[in-house]
Every structure is written in C-alpha cells, then in structure tokens.
Design a protein around this ligand. Sequence first.
Ligand SMILES: [Ca+2]
Length: 317
Amino acid sequence: MLALAAACSPASPPRSSVPSDRGGSGGGPDGTGGGKTGGTGGAGGTGTPATTGGSGGKGTDGGSAGTGGSTTSPAADAATPGDAATPSDAPPGNPAGCTAKLCDDFESYEVGTQPGGNWKAALDRGMLAVHEEKAFSGARSVRFTHQGAPAVMFIELRQPLLPLPGDVVYGRLMYYLKQTPSGQYSHFEIVRGSGPLAGDKRAQLNTGGENGKVVVNYEPGDCTKYSKVALPEKRWACYQWAFNVAKNDIHLWIDGQSVDDVPVAPAGQCWKAPMVLDTLHIGWESYHGNQPVEIWIDDVAVGDQPIPCPTGMPSKP
Ligand SMILES: [Ca+2]
C-alpha cells in the first residue's frame, strides 16, 4: 500500500491511506459476485496497417467470446483521440463495435451484482453494482454510491489485461454524476492508473476533480494540478484518458475536448511514471467531507490506441 501521508497542497489536506492501491496481483478471469452469464470476452487487438488484428478473447463462465480485432490506420496524436479510430455504426458501447482491448457496456451482468469478467471490486465504505436506472448504452450501467468520505468504490483491472504492450494506456468511459461534491477539499478520483517504481514503491496517476473542476494528482508526492475545465454533472459525459509511461504524461479529454491546463511537471521534479502501468481503477474515491455521491458509469473501453467517444444519445438519460 502506498503511504499517502506526504504533504498535500493547500487546497487538498492530507489524505487517508488508499486501500484500493494494494500491491500484489489479482483481477483474475472470475469476477466477484458476477452474474451467471459471465463476462464478455475482450475485443481482439488492433492491427497495424497491412496486418490483421488479433483474435478476440474468450468469455469466462459462460460469457461470449470477444470479437476479432480490426486493422486501423496508425494512431493519431494523443491530442485527438476522437479522430483516431474508425467510426462505427454499432450502438454506443456495443462490444461488437468496439475495437479496444477491453470494451464493456455492462449489459451482460445481472442487475444488483458487481461486474465480473476482468473486473474486481475494490470497496471501502462505498458500494457499487450493476444498475438499470440509468444507462448510456442498452439498459444497464454501474452505479457507485457512498454516503460520506472517506470512501472508495472502484472496479479494478489488473492481469490478464494489464500491463498492455507499449507505453500508453488509453481509456474511455461515459459517466453520469448526479451532483458534484462542492467546496474546497472535495477532491475525488474517477480513474487511477498505477504501477511499480524502483524499489518497493508504487506510483499513482490520479484523475478526477474538485469543486466542479478537473484535477490531476500524482503520487508519491501528492503533486496536484488544478484545471479550469469544468467536470460535467447531471448529464452523461465522455471521459477519456491517456497514461503515457515513456513520456511521464497524463492527458485527459472531457466530451472530446482536450484538457490542456494540467501539465505534468518534468520527470523527477514532481512526478515520475511507474515502470509499467499494471493496474487501473475506475469509479470513485472521496477523501473528505460528508456529501453523498452517486455516479453511473457505462461503456468503458481500455486499449493501446486512442478510443473515441461514442456517438449517439444515451438510452436512459
Ligand atoms: Ca450499458
């Protein structure tokens, strides 16, 4: 576990330990509390020009096999993820129309259970379950709730999906935040990448918000960058990220718009990327305050190429 007792910036008081960043391996093919139908296999790898994409992963515990990969043009610059992939006619979030390494629209899990497949729940004073009140695609999404901080409610990816080959982990999700926590010290995370540093330390690449705006945070060191870009609430929004290990870089996009005012300090000055990014946490962590949180997440995709936002309207707005 990474000790987070280091000094914090003035706008972010010291945080408690984060149980969701445990060491060791996990996240096997059998998800906790998964439905009888099991997970859907991951989509095949994306081929480079003149090559063929990889074959789809196999579903577990009765889940369906993934779709084969496709051939695409070379990835565009990370600043334009929405332009890099071939548009699909498939419904938003439909795994059949997603060519990332992992695509999940959460339709294959039973309502009230935790997502299975590659996912493993990481909880502390928070709850998460597949829910059908809101959805961007289909009828279901994952609902994350807590009644006051500190609280952790993440779905976690490790092996066998991670680490990915290459230096960059791209991702995309759709979220609906009922009401953003307000005020100073309302800092929260939505997506965290992490991995080992030299020795026995681990690095965290934290992305989320505080007081309605985007915030990026790096551990160890609690290096925090505050953006002027608003984090949408009360509607479905597209959240994209790129964790670039080789360049010590994090990049975010909100509804396809690049967030450019949270630069990473030069390596060694404020933050250094892990040697390899072996863990992703998706969901929510709050550190302070007694404001309850309710957020739905749908259509998660993770891969080694930029992943566009889905086109189309939410099925349950
Ligand atoms: Ca869905």
